[in-house]
Design a protein around this ligand. Structure first.
Ligand code: GLU
Length: 441
């Protein structure tokens, strides 16, 4: 860590992600001198390669705009590079390195053959027209297409990149490469190679994981109050499954504040989240304007200020800090399943773990998204499409399996589970073993 800190002093998110994993795996690592001999950790913390490129496009006013684009190919020990693209004003190489690092272990946990990658741009979709989004995606693909391929690197969505953007990206990829297969991006539309349930998969998988976490302590989701943060694709899927399983979602949030929904979000409100996302306004207040009888907008506040049983961060890294953790606990919250990547600050995780709040990390909880991308790749490669029931049952099995791996490596002497340690050790062991067996390359 000291070496990385002096080498990359400004890359705070990346250092945070690496530190979390190294702390968790220390005991297990020390039981394997062969890992030390092969310098597995030193190799694993550095991405295989990073592509950086300029993306120039013309906005609706005819003005030329320039952004930066990246693809971080982190690790290919267990399969081709796989991971999403993030379009957000705050995107930096550090952010994408942390996300690519996390993705490597997450993908290993899915038990599917996928390596880790992440990419994106500092382009902000906020306030952009649909035509601007299209032109940006096309300009972005003008560079990216040379770095990717169905057996090399398969990007997908992440914050700011959903089905619409994947469509524009895929159209341009085909135009440039003159390859008309369906295998280079996941999260595609259902009529052109996309898997049924991929849009729902991250949120659905998170709730399946939460069911197992609760089941282990003799609880169910029925009647539980849940606070969700964000209102994007992940939050949408989580809310939908929470409602199906009889829980009550009492808060959603955005950069502008939180909507308190004391009687629980309805199916109609849940679907309205899709319109809020595609409007590019990035404001959760729109929910309270549309449904004033059910939702109250509180500006500047987070979802963690609303009393609940279960917290589901579904928005952005470091969105839940120690103060938020204390507020949640004081208001009765006893379980936090992180759905966003690294949604909780390390101090918040320590507070949860030291104060009897069950905590499960994003790389386990949200792995259903990329797992279903893996299922999409399988369907594309075989030129078939599975039914919703087939995909859902595979997703169920994958989430159950990830939960079992966490229990196996994270069981404490008192019978409780350290999900953070369990997920990190299980993911690390797979990647490290794959690297070891393939030699020094
Ligand atoms: N961006 C998602 C993640 O963080 C999904 C990636 C994918 O489907 O490749 O796992």
């Amino acid at each position: 860590m000291a070496r990385l800190q002096s080498k990359y002093p400004t890359e705070t998110e990346y250092l945070q992600a690496v530190q979390e994993v190294l702390e968790s795996i220390e005991d297990e690592y020390n039981r394997h001198p062969e890992f030390e001999t092969a310098k597995i950790v030193e190799r694993l913390v550095e991405p295989d390669r990073i592509f950086t490129f300029r993306v120039t496009w013309v906005d609706d006013n005819g003005e030329v705009q320039t952004n930066l684009g990246y693809r971080v190919q982190f690790n290919s020990a267990i399969g081709p590079y796989k991971g999403g693209l993030r379009f957000h004003s705050s995107v930096t190489p550090s952010m994408l390195k942390f996300l690519g690092f996390e993705q490597t272990f997450k993908n290993a946990l899915t038990s599917l053959p996928m390596g880790g990658a992440k990419g994106g741009s500092d382009f902000s979709p906020r306030g952009k027209s649909d035509a601007e989004i299209m032109r940006f995606c096309q300009a972005f693909m003008l560079e990216l297409w040379r770095c990717i391929g169905p057996d090399q690197d398969i990007p997908a969505g992440d914050v700011g990149v959903g089905g619409r953007e994947i469509g524009y990206l895929n159209g341009m990829y085909q135009k440039l490469s003159r390859e008309y297969h369906t295998g280079v991006l996941t999260g595609k539309g259902e009529t052109w190679g996309g898997s049924v349930l991929r849009p729902e998969a991250t949120g659905f998988g998170a709730l399946y994981f939460a069911q197992h976490v609760l089941g282990r302590v003799g609880q169910t989701l029925e009647g539980k109050r849940i606070c969700v943060s964000g209102f994007g694709n992940v939050a949408w899927g989580a809310v939908k499954k929470a409602n199906q399983l009889g829980a009550k979602v009492v808060a959603i949030s955005g950069p502008d504040g939180v909507c308190s929904i004391p009687d629980g979000i309805t199916g109609e409100m849940n679907e309205y989240m899709l319109e809020m996302r595609s409007s590019n306004r990035d404001r959760v207040e729109d929910m309270a304007v549309k449904f004033p009888d059910r939702a109250t907008f509180i500006p500047g506040k987070k979802s963690w200020s609303i009393p609940c049983d279960i917290a589901l961060p579904c928005a952005f890294q470091n969105e839940l800090d120690e103060e938020d953790a204390k507020t949640l606990k004081a208001n009765g919250c006893w379980c936090c399943c992180e759905v966003s990547n690294m949604g909780c600050r390390p101090e918040a995780i320590h507070f949860f773990q030291n104060n009897g709040v069950i905590f499960a990390p994003g790389k386990a909880v949200n792995a259903g998204g990329v797992a279903t991308s893996g299922l999409e790749m399988t369907q594309n490669a075989a030129h078939i499409s599975w039914s919703g029931a087939e995909v859902d049952s595979k997703l169920h099995w994958i989430m159950q399996n990830i939960h079992e791996q966490c229990v196996k490596f994270g069981l404490r002497p008192d019978g409780t589970v350290d999900y953070l340690k369990g997920a990190n050790v299980a993911g690390f062991m797979k990647v490290a073993t794959a690297m070891l067996e393939q030699g020094v390359i």
